[in-house]
Ligand binder design. Structure first.
Ligand code: ZN
Length: 280
């Protein structure tokens, strides 16, 4: 049984402010909950492996790969100590530009604006999961900044989130955790604005930067928002990736590279998670 779990942000319960668009969307869980999951996996005899290790293991082994997307600094501050405490390995997929430039993604500004607005529950959900969000999410990063300026009266002076530094990523790698790539800008590789040149930058430039930081080959690529097509997997293979992470696999396609669907771990969903882990 091979399972791959998808996490994003992790904070101690008491540091999760409300309302919180990350929690609502499912990309922020508590550290306490992460530890509940780790305990559950250990109690059920799962062995922890990195994503790159998966393809070397037999499908019959009871193994789980934990993945942390995006590269928020809370991964270093809170996921790392919990993983060390439970002796669990994991694969981190940072977005390079915010790590390299100490910036945040337009989506972080978007979420912060929403949480600082006085919205009804319906309006809030529209911003987090509706058409406004979709149009924003599928736009080119530069265009996303224009959309932010048109949607909100003013943008926050200071971001409430940050991303891991090169030093922190190197430390994770030195401790034996895998660092894979999640691209330069979190652009969706199958969006309308994408072309071969831009895709190459996302896949290859990010790989090169992370390899320079860690001194190790970067062989796993995680498609932002799980959006991919066969052409993009082929390109990832040509560039030197040996495995890719998805969210949901497109049906009826040949496997160009070992590619893994992942279970999206949302807040307080241990019941659902237990069910998903038991299904084979
Ligand atoms: Zn992501």
């Amino acid at each position: 049984m091979t399972k791959v779990l998808m996490f994003h942000r992790v904070l101690p319960d008491k540091q999760i402010t409300q309302p919180n668009a990350y929690s609502t969307f499912g990309t922020l869980i508590s550290q306490e909950y992460l530890e509940d999951i780790l305990s559950f996996l250990i109690d059920n005899d799962f062995q922890f492996v990195t994503v790159s290790e998966l393809r070397k293991r037999k499908k019959t082994e009871k193994i789980v790969a934990l993945t942390f997307d995006d590269g928020y600094s809370d991964n270093y501050e809170f996921a790392l100590p919990s993983l060390l405490k439970f002796n669990a390995t994991a694969t981190f997929f940072p977005v390079v530009n915010p790590c390299k430039n100490k910036t945040v993604l337009p989506l972080d500004i978007y979420y912060q604006c929403i949480d600082e607005m006085n919205l009804s529950e319906t309006e809030r959900m529209e911003y987090i999961t509706g058409t406004i969000k979709r149009n924003f999410y599928w736009a080119e990063p530069n265009r996303q900044m224009d959309i932010l300026n048109s949607l909100f009266k003013s943008l926050p002076q200071k971001s409430r989130v940050s991303y891991m530094s090169a030093e922190q990523l190197k430390e994770l790698s030195d401790k034996g955790f895998e660092i894979g790539s999640h691209g330069m800008t979190h652009s969706l590789l199958i969006a309308d604005y994408m072309n071969a040149e831009k895709a190459l930058i996302e896949l290859q430039t990010s790989k090169q930067w992370l390899e320079a930081i860690t001194g190790k080959p970067v062989t796993a690529y995680c498609f932002p928002a799980g959006r991919y097509n066969a052409k993009m997997i082929e390109l990832a293979k040509q560039i030197g990736y040996t495995s890719t992470c998805l969210v949901v696999r497109n049906k009826n396609e040949n496997e160009v590279l070992p590619s893994y669907d992942r279970i999206f771990v949302k807040p307080n969903s241990l019941g659902e998670l237990k069910k998903a882990l038991r299904i084979e």
